[in-house]
Design a protein around this ligand. Structure first.
Ligand SMILES: Cc1cc2nc3c(=O)[nH]c(=O)nc-3n(C[C@H](O)[C@H](O)[C@H](O)COP(=O)(O)OP(=O)(O)OC[C@H]3O[C@@H](n4cnc5c(N)ncnc54)[C@H](O)[C@@H]3O)c2cc1C
Length: 600
């Protein structure tokens, strides 16, 4: 334990204690991305004791476990014409050509091999009658490319990775909340954290830090994540450390979230997997019209998520929704056994709620599901800050303006492997920071003193209340539709909210309010990045829909980048998009697309 003198409000010297833990590679995040990185490091020769994986929840309980539908990779189980180039082409098309083509290729090329590797590690993939890894349709993909384990793919994936990591003796700590990355000039030195069980402050003295801390969609009122995950920690930590963020305006609203007024608040926004539509589910409004005919007569329910989400939203706006504020999703024309086998978790969940999916429809409405934006990284996942990597949902670049279902788990695995490989090579070459440890401790001491001050705050506002207000703000001002007036008003409202955040009532470091206060600080940064980026992009593209700029503008084939400006302000700029490789261009030119009527 280190003890240092500190000053509160410049007057009262006190002592702040923390434990220092030296480690070569700190991985912040124990979901699929973090776990896969750790495995790769060990398989490339890094000693397990040089690695530490931390998560802010119980180990094995990362948000990844909520992924249901599947994971993409062009195995061609059913469709031999599928290959990695078509996967890449579909991803770029769905991303409306503002994805980073190199990152897309990294994922598409590697996934067939990585799926087979997961299979060897014991992943319980669903099988065809011939015993091959089965693959299903997912919206907007040219072929059946989505491998799955029933409708519990994420849970099975994380179980497989955790088993593998444990067999390699990779150390981890659970319930550890990282609140600050510590840097010197442009190099990461470590991270400051709180043990949420004991309230102890922890300083990780690390050569390399990998942010695999998930995304930011639970900053929206209706969202498909758990409230205290996907709170934007990864992007906010990276931004504060000096890294750039990109594409933050692109938020995917999943068309089929559960309707709280029908199933209870705790279910509001929770996902009804796309697999229900992939397996043939139909959408009806309250007038019994299969309304997708009006919006996408060819692709119908399997059109891209943004198209289906906007269609449902338009039906609700037109007053054709249910009394509970949703529309109906119906798969009752399929056999009960088929539904049970292909959608077991959904079937069980609704049965527990008294709904029999084999005979009745369920009620759904759009929900914020995935933030395509995140931290700017290079081809191996390293940020602008030397030694700091960002992967999985925390990184930007793979998905562009919209994400294909099944591509996010693919990204976690592919970039986990790529980053782990690159870091192992770097460590083998002897890379380590030579900054004196006094610098690290100076930074840590200041941060821990600020945390103590935060924990002592006895103001008038609960952090949880402000988090809820922030969620309402983003839903209202940067939701499925966003325009100039609403975004400007959103930025004003954010300034007011920031003011209220100066008067927090916070408890000690083991309390929920302490954690909420930290989430709030992250959320304020991320919300500003979303609002400013959405304001900047004066066109509609993919998931970003601006009724005041309804067309896609070819001049806007650029990415909006956010970085810390002088005096702490947020500075925006744009960058141009790279060119896909020749094989991918050939696949794009071939114009593959799914024959949606195969599903009827
Ligand atoms: C309901 C649902 C269904 C989905 N279905 C699919 C699907 O079928 N196919 C698909 O491809 N994708 C799907 N997705 C998306 C996919 O699940 C995620 O994008 C992916 O699992 C993200 O993995 P990750 O490892 O990047 O992050 P996560 O799994 O979110 O893990 C983040 C980790 O970081 C830790 N962490 C966060 N902040 C901190 C902090 N401050 N300090 C310490 N630790 C921290 C967390 O505790 C956790 O361990 C779905 C998402 C949802 C919500």
């Amino acid at each position: 334990m280190g003890h240092f003198s500190r000053t509160i409000n410049g007057e009262t010297p006190e002592s702040v204690a923390y434990e220092t833990l030296p480690v070569r590679v700190l991985i912040v995040g124990a979901g699929a991305a973090g776990a896969r990185t750790a495995i790769e490091l060990v398989e490339r020769g890094v000693a397990p004791e040089d690695i530490l994986v931390v998560g802010k929840r119980r180990h094995g309980d990362a948000h990844t476990t909520w992924a249901r539908g599947g994971i993409n990779g062009a195995l061609g189980t059913h469709d031999p014409d599928d290959d990695w180039t078509v996967h890449a082409a579909d991803t770029l098309t769905e991303g409306h050509h503002v994805n980073d083509p190199d990152k897309v290729e990294t994922v598409a090329r590697r996934m067939p091999g990585l799926l087979r590797e997961l299979d060897e590690w014991g992943m319980p993939f669903s099988r065809t009658d011939d015993g091959d890894i089965d693959q299903r349709y997912f919206g907007a993909q040219s072929f059946r490319r989505t491998a799955f384990a029933g409708d519990h793919t994420g849970e099975s994936l994380l179980d497989t990775l955790v088993d593998r990591a444990q067999s390699l003796s990779i150390p981890y700590r659970e319930n550890v909340f990282v609140s600050r990355l510590l840097t010197d000039a442009d190099r990461v030195l470590g991270a400051a954290a709180t043990d949420l069980d004991t309230g102890d402050f922890l300083l990780f003295d690390a050569d390399i830090v990998v942010l695999a801390a998930g995304g930011y969609t639970s900053l929206y009122r209706r969202h498909s994540s758990r409230d205290d995950e996907n709170t934007g920690d990864g992007p906010a930590l990276a931004y504060a450390a000096g890294a750039r963020l990109m594409d933050m305006e692109f938020i995917q609203f999943h068309p089929t979230g559960m309707v709280g007024a029908r199933y209870g608040d705790e279910w509001d926004g929770r996902l009804v997997t796309e697999a229900v539509r992939g397996e043939g589910g139909h959408l009806y409004n309250a007038q019994d019209e299969r309304f997708m005919e009006r919006y996408s007569a060819e692709q119908m329910e399997l059109d891209a998520r943004d198209v289906v989400a906007r269609a449902i939203d338009a039906e609700l706006d037109a007053g054709r929704g249910t009394a509970n504020g949703g529309v109906y999703l119906d798969i009752s024309h399929r056999d009960r056994d088929f539904i049970r086998e292909r959608l077991p978790r959904m079937y069980e969940r609704f049965a527990d709620l008294g709904v029999d999916m084999a005979s009745d429809p369920v009620e759904v409405a759009p929900t914020a599901h995935y933030g395509m934006g995140g931290v700017v990284v290079d081809d191996v996942g390293e940020t602008d800050v030397a030694g700091l990597y960002a992967i999985g949902e925390t990184m930007a670049g793979v998905h562009g303006a919209n994400r294909l279902g099944g591509n996010s788990l693919a990204e976690t695995i592919a970039f986990g492997q790529v980053a782990g490989d690159a870091i192992a090579a770097r460590l083998a070459a002897g890379d380590a920071t030579d900054t004196p440890s006094s610098t690290l401790h100076d930074h840590a001491r200041r941060h821990f003193a600020a945390l103590e001050t935060l924990a002592d705050s006895r103001g008038s506002t609960q952090p949880a209340t402000l988090l809820d207000d922030l969620r309402d703000l983003l839903w209202t001002h940067a939701g499925i539709h966003r325009d100039e007036t609403g975004l400007a008003a959103g930025l004003d409202a954010l300034t007011a909210l920031r003011g209220r955040a100066l008067d927090l009532d916070v408890g000690n470091p083991t309390s929920r309010s302490f954690e909420f206060a930290l989430n709030l600080q992250f959320g304020l940064t991320v919300a500003e990045a979303i609002l400013r980026s959405a304001h900047e992009r004066t066109e509609s593209r993919g998931a970003h829909h601006r009724p005041d700029h309804p067309e896609t503008d070819p001049d806007w084939r650029r990415n909006v980048v956010v970085e810390r400006g002088t005096l702490g302000s947020m500075a925006l700029s744009t960058t141009t998009v790279g060119r896909p490789s020749d094989p991918v261009r050939t696949a794009l030119d071939a114009g593959y697309e799914l024959d949606y009527h195969q599903l009827e």
